[in-house]
Design a protein around this ligand. Structure first.
Ligand code: MCA
Ligand code: AMP
Length: 508
């Protein structure tokens, strides 16, 4: 029982259960007492829907207090949460459903028929429930008739609490299995390291279907037993207005560039803030400097991955160095290795490998892939290229994996290329990440078509919409007659980035 993540959180709930947990601007407040009761009711609905311990519950819903209740209800029922980005389209969802074979699916009310059809197409038997942005839908409807009492299902630390999918460099999405102990250890470490205190209030503007918004942010608040202001999405002006009532903010670099662009970001607006944290993508040194100049705050940059939560962090006390992601967390072993897999001395650039209680249990249904991503001595190969300086600060200097990070979302070029290559009139394609003033990086697609292929760049983009989540759709497309290749026949993406730099900039 105690190894169930929910019980860890409950042991930290405030004695006064009337204290707020979630406040939605202009909306309701959910207290800790209400969280306890509502998660019990939701867990009872899940059990009634046939969900047994270890079963998967796929969740593709808008951000709401009820969505957080559902996360905790899954933990209480011993189910495995499968959070899905609301931007995912049918083709993407079908794969997740057939691979994870959930027993229950909770979706946005307007997508109910689509999800019901997908369940059939994926060849699984899952009940489909709905949960709307306002907390409406069949899940809450059914919960009304349920008891708030629910005895949390006993779980061992190694039992899986969540599976989070990412597309991967081969184009086939892989589901990272996070155990109750993985999530608990990272949350405990971050809560302590970032100095959460009884008067902290988190300003939460991140989506809650990925590690950053779901686990890093919410789990710190739950361990602290305090409140968060929960915005449906990030809006710079709204966030600045709310800073006066909060003390901690977590965001991706795009949040910070958008905040800095507002004249309303002033020291006065930040006067109650003690900590601004950034991650999920590289924070430009100029953004760090501009933010510091405007507010007097040094953004604390940290680094991690879905496969383990956070790995490193700049210090709470001590110098936060721009361009670095700080030190390995106290319970994380981090090393830099060369091409031969041997650890490199300080100052040399290589692959970042990590080991610790937070590192995931493997990829769902992919034992071979899992084995390939770990070393003999249990380190996970991150695929990020880094270096450690003389003071121990880690910097990310590149990626060994072909990955674009756009506004904090991962876009695997291979997945987009596969979607383009399936179009009529396309011979092949290459997708590369280009610098973007708002999203940090964004995709450019170079598409090989025959002279009379009949395709246009706009046509390629239109065809991709509806098949891929919107953030994966390239921002620009060029049609060409061939791609540059090296002697091994590999497409030279560096050359493509150089060749189209001017065109890209001109069309932004
Ligand atoms: C929206 N669009 C995007 C993105 N977001 N395109 C590329 N990259 C994006 N991230 C599309 C929209 O669909 C729209 O396209 C157009 O770009 C402009 O939309 P806009 O209204 O400006 O976007 P937005 O709704 O304001 O969203 C931008 C955002 C959002 C607020 C930055 O993307 C966001 O919340 N990102 C956070 C991602 C995150 O939480 N990552 C953590 C992953 P059109 O008009 O054509 O439809 S966890 C992780 O990475 C690890 C563990 C870690 O270290 O944290
Ligand atoms: P995800 O697969 O969504 O968990 O994304 C993890 C990836 O985001 C890492 O492998 C890094 O490439 C990147 N990332 C996360 N935080 C940072 C950061 N602070 N600086 C640079 N890259 C980061």
């Amino acid at each position: 029982m105690l190894d169930n993540l929910f019980e860890l959180f409950r042991s930290r709930f405030p004695a006064d259960r009337s204290r707020p947990f979630i406040e939605v601007p202009g909306g309701d407040v959910l207290t800790y007492g209400e969280l306890e009761a509502a998660s019990g009711r939701f867990a009872n609905v899940l059990i009634e829907a046939g969900v047994a311990p270890g079963d998967r519950v796929a969740v593709q819903v808008d951000k709401s207090a009820e969505a957080v209740v559902l996360y905790l209800a899954c933990m209480r029922a011993g189910a495995i949460l499968l959070p899905l980005n609301t931007a995912y389209q049918s083709d993407e969802l079908e794969y997740f459903l057939s691979d994870a074979a959930p027993t229950a699916v909770v979706c946005q009310p307007h997508r109910m028929a689509e999800l019901e059809a997908l369940v059939v197409k994926a060849g699984i038997t899952a009940g489909v429930l709905t949960l709307g942005a306002a907390g409406d839908g069949s899940l809450t409807g059914r919960a009304r008739g349920q008891s708030p009492d629910f005895v949390t299902t006993a779980r061992g630390g190694d039992d899986i609490a969540a599976i989070l999918y990412s597309s991967g460099t081969t184009g086939r999405p892989k589901g990272a299995m996070m155990s109750h102990a993985n999530l608990a250890s990272n949350a405990m470490t971050l809560h302590k390291l970032w100095g959460f205190a009884p008067d902290d209030v988190l300003l939460h503007c991140l989506p809650i279907f990925h590690t950053h918004g779901l686990f890093v942010a919410i789990n710190c608040v739950l361990l602290n037993g305090t409140a968060m202001i929960f915005c449906p999405k990030f809006d710079a002006e709204q966030a600045i207005g709310l800073l006066a009532r909060t003390t901690v903010f977590m965001g991706v670099p795009t949040f910070y560039t958008r905040l800095v662009a507002s004249p309303n970001l002033t020291p006065e607006a930040c006067r109650h803030m003690r900590l601004f944290i950034s991650g999920s993508a590289p924070l430009l040194e100029e953004t760090f400097a501009a933010f510091s100049a405007r507010t007097g705050h040094a953004i604390l940059e940290r680094y991690g991955m879905t496969e383990g939560g956070m790995f490193t962090s700049n210090p709470l006390d001590g110098e936060r160095r721009a361009g670095t992601v700080g030190f390995p967390l106290p319970d994380v072993d981090l090393r830099i290795t060369g091409e031969d897999g041997q650890a490199l001395p300080q100052g040399e650039v290589g692959i970042i490998e990590v080991r610790g209680p937070n590192i995931f249990k493997g990829y769902w249904n992919m034992p071979e892939k899992t084995k390939a991503e770990f070393t003999e001595d249990g380190f996970f190969k991150s695929g990020d290229v880094g270096v450690i300086d003389e003071r121990g600060y880690v910097s990310i200097v590149g990626r060994a994996k072909d990955l674009i990070i756009s506004g904090g979302y991962n876009v695997y070029p291979k997945e987009v290329e596969d979607a383009i290559d399936r179009m009529d009139g396309v011979i092949e394609s290459a997708v590369v990440g280009m610098p973007h003033p708002d999203f940090g990086e964004a995709g450019l697609a170079i598409v090989v078509t025959p002279h009379d292929g009949g395709l246009t760049p706009d046509g390629v983009i239109a065809s991709l919409r509806g098949r891929l989540a919107n953030y994966k759709v390239p921002k620009q497309v060029v049609l060409v007659s061939d791609l540059p290749r090296n002697a091994m026949g590999k497409v030279q993406k560096n050359l493509l980035r150089e060749s189209y730099a001017a065109m890209w900039k001109a069309n932004l």
